[in-house]
Unconditional design. Structure first.
Length: 497
């Protein structure tokens, strides 16, 4: 596997950073109204590429710059021959600055104007959300809330400008209510909040338009995070050396499968084998050994009856995957104790995370990957699931600071927090909301660590491969009924471009 760096990834910013990029661009000689026109023109091109047959549009404008973008887009639509319904929550004579100038431009182009009322009918074939933008901090209330409900109740698709109104640009949280967009065209700097939390349910397709602003030229405004891109796979997985052998491709030891819970550890073991590990050993309860050999004879299944049995195994492995089907009883505690005592990199999942929270609340290591879902993250942080989900980026960073190593906060828009910063995975689908998916991820991570050695890059690639494999499986057979065991074969194809 090749070495990767954040320079290969798309930068993501917080709203305040994008506003600063905007300010500096204007200070550098581009008039603010010209930048607003660029944004509206880019949004109009996005509109036309997605709905080329549309002959009418309803544009819902707010009083800020987001509304100004909407007014200019309305003018462009009128000039292109569309029937335009322009609505605003603010009277024309109350608008100021560039927004007032944009509204005047639309009026001069012949666009009509209506002040939005709860009884208003949205008449366009497509609705443009130019209501609130990225400056929102508290819950949406009043007439803005009513307007969002009206847009969502309409049958027409919605194009959101910069961000769906009601979504936090920094966290991806829904602030009371939010517009359900079919497409979001976002400007200057891509926002982290578009890619995680509740945002993926509201953004639709994301169309990033930099407007000629080279954000990374401003070195003192470092990205708050980076976005993974599937084009990295070709770079990360070049052809293998002709002299490769199983001993040179890593040995993964999966430790899990307490009595009565053998499936999770076997899923992890199969995934590790499919992701190219040279050798995979499964340390599991004795009652699962025969079934494991029947299901996947390539995996070396070893019976673990006691802590002494578990303690003998880690010395031969390059990485330990501990947690799938582990349980929190005496058997699981003994197996985890053995794993923690070994001087071997770890991938920690499932009940191993719950045991860390309850029995090792301050343990910190630099050589592990922790893979919590929001519930497990909340237990590790000593907070509620709602706290985690309200600001997933902060939760991931806090957990990585407290526990060291690399932390993967799973869920829609999975986050990887490590020494290089925060990385977001934009892939995956609702069909992956089924049992065993996390176990497959942990096995994939183990295989990648065994082959590459770098925990952070293995985490980036593992999260992305897992999500992309889920997407490929969903394309082949649909989201409903998608099983965790479906993923490994698709992931194998992805790493062999």
């Amino acid at each position: 596997m090749s070495t990767l760096s954040t320079s290969s990834l798309r930068p993501l910013y917080k709203a305040s950073q994008v506003r600063e990029l905007d300010r500096r661009t204007i200070a550098g000689g581009i008039e603010s109204f010209a930048l607003m026109q660029r944004a509206a023109s880019s949004a109009w091109h996005s509109f036309r590429s997605r709905w080329p047959q549309a002959r009418s549009v309803a544009v819902v404008c707010g009083s800020g710059n987001n509304g100004g973008d909407g007014h200019v887009l309305a003018a462009l639509a009128m000039q292109s021959g569309l029937k335009v319904q322009r609505l605003s929550l603010t009277p024309l004579d109350a608008l100021t600055g560039d927004v007032a100038r944009a509204a005047e431009l639309a009026t001069a182009a012949g666009v009509g104007f209506e002040e939005w009322q709860p009884s208003t009918t949205l008449a366009g074939e497509v609705i443009v959300d130019a209501l609130l933008g990225t400056g929102l901090s508290g819950d949406v209330e009043g007439r803005a809330k009513q307007a969002i409900h009206a847009m969502n109740a309409a049958s027409q698709p919605v194009l959101a400008l910069d961000i769906p109104s009601g979504i936090s640009a920094d966290t991806g949280a829904r602030l009371g209510t939010a517009v359900e967009a079919a497409c979001t065209v976002t400007f200057i700097g891509d926002k982290i909040g578009l890619h995680t939390g509740e945002a993926p349910a509201y953004t639709g397709e994301i169309d990033f338009r930099p407007l000629g602003v080279k954000a990374q030229a401003f070195f003192d405004i470092p990205p708050t995070a980076w976005r993974l891109d599937e084009t990295l796979l070709g770079e990360a997985f070049p052809p293998r050396s002709r002299t490769s052998h199983k001993g040179s491709l890593g040995h993964v030891l999966v430790m899990g499968g307490a009595p009565g819970f053998g499936g999770a550890a076997l899923l992890a073991s199969q995934a590790a084998a499919r992701l190219g590990a040279g050798k995979v050993t499964l340390a599991t309860a004795q009652e699962h050994v025969t079934a494991s050999l029947v299901r996947c004879p390539e995996v070396m299944a070893r019976a673990v009856r006691s802590g002494a049995d578990a303690a003998e195994l880690p010395s031969t492995a390059d990485v330990l995957v501990v947690g799938p089907g582990l349980g929190q009883e005496a058997w699981g505690q003994a197996v985890l104790q053995s794993a923690l005592q070994a001087d071997t990199p770890l991938v920690v999942d499932a009940d191993a995370l719950n045991l860390l929270a309850s029995r090792w609340p301050t343990l910190r290591r630099d050589d592990w990957i922790l893979t919590p879902h929001p519930g497990e993250a909340a237990r590790l942080l000593g907070c509620s699931v709602a706290d985690v989900q309200s600001d997933r980026p902060s939760a991931a960073r806090a957990l990585q600071r407290a526990r060291g190593g690399v932390v993967i906060l799973k869920g829609a828009g999975s986050l990887v927090a490590g020494p290089s910063g925060l990385v977001v995975c934009p892939y995956g689908n609702p069909g992956m909301a089924s049992g065993g998916m996390g176990d497959v991820l942990s096995g994939m991570l183990g295989a990648l660590v065994a082959q590459a050695g770098s925990l952070e890059q293995s985490a980036w690639l593992g999260v992305m491969l897992h999500a992309l494999a889920g997407d490929e499986a969903a394309k082949a057979g649909g989201e409903r009924g998608l099983l965790a065991s479906d993923l490994a074969s698709y992931a194998r194809v992805l790493i062999n471009p």
